[in-house]
Write a protein that binds this ligand. Structure first.
Ligand SMILES: [Zn+2]
Length: 972
């Protein structure tokens, strides 16, 4: 590329960034002052991002509300929701917008050139020419507004961000995380909440919101990023012509100031709500947090990520272990966060007692003192560096495009220093440097400087309080009541009018002309090719080895699967414990800490998990497998097998202290995940009332599993013997040669030698006779309402349409897109104020609708029940249908990494899914007509008629609606 040919831009830096196989350019748009970064390479999964530095001055959430609002229509795309229109009909591989404490970004990715250009166009138009100035309704819908349908109703707040943040503030971990950030940087933008505190959001005025846009959404304050294989000259010319040339550079004061260091450690004490039945004892969070240099110092950032692993994150890590040994907290967490200007390191003890604070702090200090004097564990350092390096080289970010992750990483330096945009992309040389310095007192010195002799630190304590949620709810009601009482009847009339005007705005149809503005692909842009399955059946004796022959850049992805069909019902949930124990207890040759480090110093890790495979042709045929997974360079595979053998054959299961630690941590992590992913929890639970796959998942990781863990944790002394003996029985029952199937992703070269290793492993497997059982499914429509201390609901409705005599068709995938971005979006999110809503229809016949962070409950169920009527009256012209079809295909055609291709092929194998089935589904999608969609009304009605619901929600709301449930109980 020759930048000189485009005089509108000035080339500031150019360099080869070998670590990520890209050529990097840093440019400045001369007229507008826009910053532009190009990363040129062969990646087809192209990424565009435009970001602005948006330091908030208060906690009204203005940056966040603006992020939502600019996507609600713009000059060239004058729709209410062009973002949603785009998602429906685009082949994007990523499309979203995110608000951070100091920046707001609008990234998109696509493998299709035209699609990529379309998305870029809509995003640039959105940020520079949004309709927010003309339509106050956008602010009222996305931010906050008074809601008053009738003059006599109680006054309420509503708004998408308002409700989203109410959900976010329901979780104690989020309350703690925010308090930590705020505590360390009180005089900077990090001292306030950029997402918005629900208590402060209603203080935001429309005029201030507009002012924030005009101040910060200017090219001079922008960061534009282009990544991948494309004609970058053309993109640069187009951006100049259509947007950037319309602006003159202007100074924008948005630099992130540095917080001066404290002269003494600060202390903050806060409260968080727990439900009526949840304990206030042993439920405090203690945290110690310390600021570590700045994010421009990449070596320091990488070194501290290593220290986080060594000191805190790895099992047996000294800080964690010291706290656990003294029973200060039952779950030790913490992190090193370098996504802001001044990164910080935190140690958090969960389930602690407030009076343990002094000992907590003293113990951290003693432990660090000792390490800085006697030296750090070199094996742990090697493991920490290797696992980071492995991840960096593998660059497997699951469904996230690589270019997106790099595009986010660059802000760790670019946002704070225009001269240093690329430094976080060049890490390989730093890994080498750290390996050299490790034995020379380097890490010990870092501990001394930043963790011991550093007063820029805070102690943040968050205590539980019963009745806090209800008290806050009541205070809010009273505040609103008092406000309403202060209004004249004319003013009340005005509020009612405004409420109706907003509803009218939301219900108004988009004009067909406006809809046509949204650029769209043609059906011919869609490839007719279906997803490929990579399965070659090979055998070692009678053991099936499923070889997924794929180029993997020298990494072998191995999964040993053991069929658990002989495990009786009463032992099934204990498999969920077994998977958390194996690899985390001592073995013959290693303590568990050593074991973990030995593995991570040589491989990409070894982990256990449970996987359920459902036959797509017969929902009564499921396979529940215990998996042992690893990834490693080909040359390290013999090592991988030797370590798996060490774990399977020599683990010391009878370790009381260790078992208790594992159980307590499991309980803590389940509490966090069940509540924060309440939509998944409610949905899984509802489906478990009738589906084999979901029933199993609930037993080994859902609410049923939580109940078991909770009982064991509370009665540990009485039940520990029983747990040990069950785990031992399971070992014998599961890890037998006749149960083994191997799934292995690698090319031919990587396959060499694997068969001998498998044969060797088989010899050690258990062969003693054991009693056999089987899982008995206890299916009942329990329709439970689970009470939490949260302020929002997760409402799920589910059923099985095969049961009712219907069959799966690809059109159901289109329906999912239609519901997600049309019916459910409009009714549950836009009008209802919930943050999200999802639906799904599986080949097994299982189907569901679920809401996310929802202020409602009964109303949501009513909207669900009216879905069939919506579907039957569904109308769409050719253009609209094409849009939905493209959106559906884009969900199918997500580019896959080698490991994902292997995993997908494995699923297809046990699911009895062929390439032909995949093609048939694709044809059903591509050929679907409006009538095909309308007919699906029957399928959804069949699901709804089964009357199966499960809700996780605030205790008040659940109690209010208890007639809807068969059982009402606390979640925890
Ligand atoms: Zn949001």
């Amino acid at each position: 590329m020759q930048i000189e040919k485009i005089p509108e831009y000035e080339l500031l830096q150019e360099e080869m960034i070998a670590d990520i196989h890209s050529r990097g350019y840093l440019l400045k748009h001369r007229k507008s002052g826009a910053r532009v970064m190009l990363l040129e390479n062969d990646d087809e999964n192209k990424v565009f991002n435009i970001a602005f530095r948006t330091p908030p001055a208060d906690s009204t959430g203005v940056a966040h509300i603006l992020e939502h609002s600019v996507l609600c229509g713009s000059k060239h795309f004058p729709l209410k929701d062009p973002f949603v229109e785009l998602v429906k009909g685009s082949l994007n591989t990523f499309l979203n917008a995110m608000t951070y404490p100091d920046k707001t970004m609008y990234p998109e990715a696509s493998c299709n050139d035209q699609d990529f250009q379309n998305l870029m166009h809509v995003y640039l138009d959105a940020v520079f020419f949004p309709n927010i100035y003309e339509k106050e309704e956008i602010f009222r819908q996305e931010g906050w507004s008074y809601q008053l349908e009738n003059p006599e109703d109680p006054l309420r707040y509503n708004g998408v961000v308002y409700n989203e943040m109410k959900g976010a503030f329901s979780s104690p971990e989020e309350v703690l995380d925010r308090a930590i950030l705020n505590s360390l940087f009180p005089d900077t933008p990090y001292g306030v909440e950029s997402g918005g505190d629900p208590a402060d959001i209603p203080n935001l005025k429309y005029s201030e919101f507009l002012g924030f846009h005009s101040r910060y959404y200017h090219p001079s304050n922008s960061y534009i990023y282009l990544y991948g294989k494309m004609d970058m000259e053309e993109k640069l010319r187009w951006m100049d012509r259509e947007y950037l040339s319309k602006y003159d550079a202007m100074p924008v004061t948005s630099q992130i100031p540095k917080q001066p260091a404290f002269s003494q450690v600060k202390e903050v004490v806060l409260e968080y709500p727990v439900a009526e039945n949840e304990p206030e004892e042993e439920n405090t969070y203690l945290s110690y947090n310390v600021v570590v240099g700045d994010s421009l110092d990449v070596e320091l950032c990488v070194a501290f990520s290593v220290l986080d692993y060594v000191l805190l994150s790895a099992p047996g890590a000294p800080l964690k272990q010291a706290l656990l040994d003294e029973k200060i907290g039952k779950d030790i967490m913490g992190s090193y966060d370098d996504g802001i200007y001044q990164p910080f390191f935190s140690v958090i003890a969960k389930n602690a007692r407030p009076e343990q604070k002094d000992r907590f702090l003293a113990l951290i200090r003693e432990t660090l003192e000792k390490i800085s004097q006697t030296g750090i564990d070199q094996k742990a350092v090697a493991a920490g560096i290797n696992s980071m390096e492995f991840r960096f080289r593998e660059a497997d970010y699951a469904s996230y495009p690589k270019g997106l992750m790099y595009g986010i990483d660059v802000f760790d330096s670019w946002l704070y220093d225009d001269e240093k945009p690329f430094v976080h992309l060049e890490q390989l040389k730093i890994f080498e440097l750290l390996k050299e310095k490790a034995g020379q007192g380097y890490f010990e010195a870092l501990i001394r400087t930043y963790l011991l002799d550093n007063t820029h630190a805070s102690v943040v304590i968050v205590n539980p309080k019963r009745g806090l949620a209800a008290a806050r709810e009541k205070a809010l009601e009273e505040k609103l009541e008092a406000y309403k009482a202060s209004l004249t009847s004319a003013e009340i009339e005005e509020l009612v009018k405004k409420t109706h005007r907003l509803t009218e705005y939301q219900e108004g149809e988009e004009s067909p002309e406006a809809l046509k503005c949204i650029p769209m692909l043609k059906r011919s842009d869609i490839s007719r090719e279906g997803t490929k399955i990579y399965n070659t059946e090979k055998y070692v004796g009678d053991t099936l080895v499923l070889h997924h022959n794929i180029y993997t850049n020298g990494i072998g992805y191995l999964t040993l699967l053991f069929d658990t069909k002989d495990v009786p019902s009463h032992l099934v949930p204990y498999m969920g414990i077994l998977k958390s124990v194996l690899g985390f207890v001592d073995t013959e040759h290693y303590s568990y800490g050593e074991l973990f480090n030995e593995i991570n110093a040589n491989t990409g890790g070894i982990s256990c998990g449970l996987q359920v495979f459902g036959n797509t042709k017969d929902r009564y045929d499921t396979k529940n497998m215990f998996g042992v997974r690893s990834k490693a360079l080909y040359s390290k595979l013999p090592f991988v097998f030797s370590m798996i053998e060490e774990i399977l054959f020599t683990s010391r299961l009878r370790d009381e202290k260790r078992l208790y630690e594992i159980i307590a941590k499991l309980k803590s992590r389940l509490q966090m995940s069940l509540a924060s992913a309440g939509h998944s929890s409610a949905m899984l639970r509802a489906i478990s009332y009738f589906s084999r796959t979901a029933y199993f998942q609930d037993q080994i990781g859902g609410i049923a599993f939580y109940d078991l863990i909770d009982t064991i944790e509370k009665n540990f002394e009485q039940v520990k013997e029983d747990v040990f003996s069950k785990l031992e029985q399971l070992m014998q029952m599961i890890f037998r040669p006749e149960h083994l199937v191997v799934s292995y992703t690698a090319d031919e070269a990587g396959y060499e030698g694997i068969e001998a290793l498998i044969a060797g492993l088989k010899e050690g497997l258990y062969t003693q006779p054991v009693e056999k059982g089987a899982l008995k499914y206890d299916f009942r429509p329990k329709n439970e309402g689970f009470k939490t201390s949260g302020q929002v609901q997760y409402v799920a409705s589910a059923g099985n349409f095969e049961e009712a005599g219907y069959h799966y068709t690809g059109a159901l995938r289109i329906l999912k897109v239609i519901l997600s971005y049309e019916y459910l979006w409009t009714n549950i999110r836009v009008k209802g104020g919930a943050y999200g809503c999802m639906s799904g229809f599986r080949r097994s016949g299982d189907g569901f609708l679920v809401s996310y962070r929802d202020p409602h409950l009964k109303n949501t169920l009513k909207i669900f029940s009216e879905t069939p009527a919506f579907i039957r009256s569904f109308q769409a012209d050719e253009r609209e249908m094409t849009k939905y079809i493209i959106g559906t295909i884009s969900e199918l055609d997500v580019p896959m990494n080698p490991s994902t291709k292997g995993a997908m092929s494995l699923n297809a194998y046990f699911g009895k899914l062929t390439e032909e089935d995949i093609l048939t589904e694709r044809e059903e999608i591509l050929n679907a007509s409006v009538e095909d969609i309308q007919r699906l009304g029957d399928i959804v009605e069949a699901i709804m008629n089964q009357n199966i619901i499960c809700v996780i929600g605030g205790e008040g709301k659940i109690e209010e609606n208890k007639e809807l449930f068969k059982e009402v109980k606390p979640l925890f």
